[in-house]
Design a protein around this ligand. Structure first.
Ligand SMILES: [Fe+2]
Length: 238
């Protein structure tokens, strides 16, 4: 991997996430400073490609025994953020899950993925914790489905917008590169595996808001799908 590219991504990430407003912060100056640095990070992420991250070498370095349908390759993690590359085989999926009170950024490096995101309508940050009973039902808006490739702009999520998503690998790059891969940045990291919740989406009604895209849904909390963990040995998703 290119040290300068990684270093630049980390620098931009630190500059952005250290300015993250505290919960309930109302100062427009503080909010604006954070958004400005987040935009700089987004531009840096937009410029990253598979060669920068030595994706081919990374894939080759993964032992065959560890090559699952979904493989997580850690690049960096501290208390502020985590950065990794996620490699997916065609047909594999990361089931519907949340990122409680977190910011996130996805940039595809190879292949194509389909991302279905949901924006929660309940108050962000207070809706799920370790004490939340099973089968909790949340209201959400189903966002327009996006198909991403290496030419796509980064996709972002925040505590308020697109915080829940499902990711499916449509196809790999070509030839022997039969995988899709994307850079994934999250801040802060999941404190532990129990902090990630899984859901089943149920349409609330067939009516739309007029755009034909956004649809009110119910997200029913479920156990982590068994087929996901039998297919992937990593702790996740991220
Ligand atoms: Fe995720």
């Amino acid at each position: 991997m290119s040290n300068s590219v990684i270093k630049n991504l980390l620098t931009k990430s630190f500059q952005a996430f250290k300015l993250r407003p505290m919960e309930g912060e109302t100062s427009e100056t503080i909010q604006a400073a954070f958004i400005s640095e987040l935009t700089h990070l987004q531009e840096a992420v937009r410029a990253v490609n598979a060669e920068d991250l030595s994706l081919d070498d990374t894939v080759k370095s993964i032992p065959k025994s560890n090559q699952q349908p979904v493989t997580f390759v850690d690049i960096f993690e501290n208390s502020m953020m985590t950065m990794m590359v996620i490699i997916m085989k065609p047909g594999s999926r990361i089931p519907l899950h949340d990122h409680p009170n977190m910011y996130g950024m996805i940039k595809v490096l190879a292949g194509q993925i389909r991302v279905q995101s949901y924006t929660l309508l309940d108050e962000p940050g207070k809706i799920m914790d370790h004490h939340t009973p099973k089968n909790t039902v949340l209201s959400a808006l189903r966002m327009p489905e996006t198909v991403l490739s290496k030419v796509s702009s980064p996709v972002t999520l925040s505590p308020e917008i697109r915080n829940v998503h499902e990711i499916e690998c449509i196809c790999g790059e070509s030839g022997d590169k039969n995988y899709a891969a994307f850079l994934d940045i999250l801040s802060p990291p999941y404190p532990d595996a129990d902090s990630c919740h899984y859901f089943r989406a149920e349409d609330h009604s067939q009516r739309t808001d007029g755009s034909g895209e956004l649809r009110k849904c119910r997200l029913v909390q479920i156990e982590c799908p068994k087929d996901y963990f039998t297919a992937c040995s990593s702790v996740g998703p991220f």
